[in-house]
Design a protein around this ligand. Structure first.
Ligand code: BTN
Length: 251
């Protein structure tokens, strides 16, 4: 079945992800898209919060009910990152970099975060894909030199509705691809082609208990990041924070 989005709009809400999860539990079909002008409890990865001032960003969450193997579900996050990449290009003429696993950056400053969550429902597991795009600089924490917005980068105020329209279109296309026979390989290839983090990037990886440095060596079939350490060992990263480092010129 093709992806057919239904948009529900909220003036203010705790979190579009929480609302999408509530509705998924209540049985809403695939394609529900919750959009809010502001979030009072916006959520980020690793239990962080996501600042969501009124009208400063696009805050949206989509409910999916994937029928493919659970071990391919991590690719949903990569799929969403690719969809945002494409939507920003089409709606704003902005080519953003994809940072593993799911940030969109320009000059290493973040302008979009993605939080994909799994929820058990009566009709099986569902995925909620939450996307937050900083559209304007209004309300971005002044001290946060790591963040940026579409407006700051392009010098133009983005058309929120156009971004949303392109984003849903792109999610539909990427999701359809992902469900096809060669979809996973295709997605990983596309992701790598649009990310400076995929291959040969010096990074620091912060895990819950340790951190280490190395050079990226592409993705595993499930989207995990391969990182080669100085002693030549290959480590596979499935969770954690990745920070780009200045290259020493030594590979
Ligand atoms: C991250 O980078 O940590 C992920 C941030 C995800 C934020 C979006 S905003 C819309 C959706 N609702 C939420 O509560 N979080 C996601």
């Amino acid at each position: 079945m093709s992806f057919d989005p239904t948009i529900q709009r909220f003036d203010s809400i705790d979190s579009t992800n929480l609302e999408a999860m509530r509705q998924a539990r209540a049985g809403t079909p695939e394609g529900l898209c919750i959009v809010a002008r502001e979030q009072t409890r916006g959520r980020g990865r690793l239990d962080r919060s996501w600042q969501s001032p009124r009208d400063a960003g696009l805050y949206m969450s989509v409910v999916l009910r994937p029928q493919f193997e659970m071990n391919a579900w991590p690719l949903i996050t990569l799929m969403a990152a690719l969809a945002v990449h494409e939507a920003l290009l089409k709606a704003c003429g902005l080519r953003a970099d994809i940072k593993w696993p799911n940030d969109l950056c320009v000059s290493d400053r973040k302008l979009c975060g993605i939080l994909a969550e799994t929820v058990e429902t009566m009709s099986g597991a569902a995925a909620v894909v939450g996307i937050g795009i900083n559209l304007t600089a209004n309300g971005l924490p002044m001290v946060n030199a790591e963040a940026t917005s579409v407006e700051s980068v392009t010098g133009q105020s983005p058309d929120r509705e156009l971004v949303l329209h392109e984003l849903l279109k792109s999610i539909g296309e990427q999701y359809e691809l992902l469900r096809s026979a060669t979809g996973c390989e295709h997605l990983i290839r596309e992701w790598c082609a649009n990310s400076s983090y995929a291959i040969g990037r010096r990074v620091r990886v912060a895990l819950s208990e340790e951190s280490f440095e190395g050079t990226t060596r592409g993705l595993e079939g499930d989207g995990a990041l391969r990182v080669e350490t100085a002693d030549g060992k290959l480590r596979v990263v499935r969770a954690g924070d990745v920070t780009g480092l200045r290259s020493t010129g030594v590979e």
